[in-house]
Ligand binder design. Structure first.
Ligand code: DP6
Length: 332
């Protein structure tokens, strides 16, 4: 099945394929997975091998503005800088827009304001595609549900399926070949005292994209066959921890899940290692703090940066140990 088949399925009942306005805007928050999505069962539709669970960063994300333009191609600007059509980022965006053009010669001016560095393991593609599809929904007045938007966002980037809500979100792996049961949903849980700190070790674009890295891992890591079992266990623990506000359970399961994901990468061939010396040093500091009775945990995505997880009671002491850390809001 192709991406365009899914788009046709979701948009078939819409009266007109023409936009109902000239301009639209939408924001989507970035999300950090506590139980990771790593590996696809269908790489055309970005259907995952397993379910995953994330928490949104409501103050970090992407605002996408779409303006219909009378021009022979799309123009894309990110934070006021025009992006070359030949860049990977532009190619991916244009290819995604091709799925929705009413006519071949219909083009857009796409302005993205993002407060997360592109491709540094801070879910820039997740909030990027989620805000893009939400802005398209406005422009064409499709009136799609969040669940349908989650399916469409997934076609751009898997983790984007989770970026349509604030709070905790679970993306169900689903089983259907067309992926109509592979969408995300918000969980009815709030945790006001839960904090996250971004520890930026490097803002450089990652050498291997998460897309390439997960494909290489699925294809070559001997340990990958254990990953679905690990996710099932961690997902159950994290959901239980969220229900009971059991922080040790949450932090332990999230950290262990991230470490296991990186272990599958390191056992891939060619090996993939996102750790920098600073990443390891920060991990060791976290482990030492726990030994000293300060409960702080980390998670790590496809990049060298860590996200620290702690409770508000420990905010001051964590900040003292990691002065460069940026604490981000999770809940009001
Ligand atoms: C490590 O969603 O970027 O951040 O579906 O190929 O676009 P594609 O991959 P992407 O992968 C995210 C991987 C991760 C884990 C996660 O967010 O769950």
């Amino acid at each position: 099945m192709k991406k365009s088949d899914i788009v046709n399925l979701l948009l078939q009942e819409k009266e007109s394929s023409l936009p109902s306005r000239e301009k639209s805007m939408a924001f989507a928050p970035s999300n950090i997975a506590l139980c990771k999505y790593w590996g696809k069962r269908d790489s055309e539709l970005n259907l995952p091998m397993t379910s995953s669970l994330s928490v949104a960063l409501p103050d970090k994300g992407a605002m996408t503005t779409l303006i219909v333009q009378d021009a022979s191609s799309d123009t894309i600007t990110v934070n006021n800088q025009q992006i070359s059509e030949d860049s990977k980022f532009a190619k991916r965006t244009i290819e995604y827009l091709d799925l929705f053009r009413p006519q071949k010669n219909w083009h857009l001016n796409i302005e993205i304001k993002s407060d997360v560095p592109i491709a540094a393991g801070l879910a820039s593609s997740a909030c990027g595609f989620a805000s893009l599809v939400s802005a398209l929904n406005e422009l064409f007045d499709w009136k799609l549900t969040h669940r349908q938007l989650s399916i469409l966002a997934r076609l751009g980037s898997g983790s984007a399926a989770r970026s349509l809500w604030n709070g905790f979100v679970e993306w169900h792996a689903g089983m259907q070949p067309d992926g109509m049961d592979s969408f995300a949903e918000p969980l009815d849980v709030e945790w006001q005292s839960l904090c996250m700190g971004l520890l930026l070790v490097s803002e450089a674009e990652k050498p291997v994209s998460s897309r390439e890295a997960m494909q290489c891992t699925v294809d070559s890591s001997i340990f990958y066959s254990l990953w679905p079992k690990k996710v099932n266990q961690d997902l159950a623990l994290i959901k239980q921890a969220l229900k009971t506000h059991n922080f040790s359970l949450l932090g332990g399961a999230a950290e262990s899940n991230a470490l296991a994901m990186h272990a599958t990468m390191m056992s891939a061939w060619p090996p993939i290692c996102y750790y920098l010396p600073e990443t390891i040093a920060a991990m060791q500091k976290v482990w030492q703090m726990r030994k000293n009775g300060v409960e702080v945990y980390f998670t790590q995505d496809a990049g060298p940066n860590l996200k620290l997880i702690f409770l508000s009671d420990h905010k001051a002491i964590v900040k003292e140990q990691f002065p460069e850390m940026e604490t981000v809001r999770l809940f009001d």
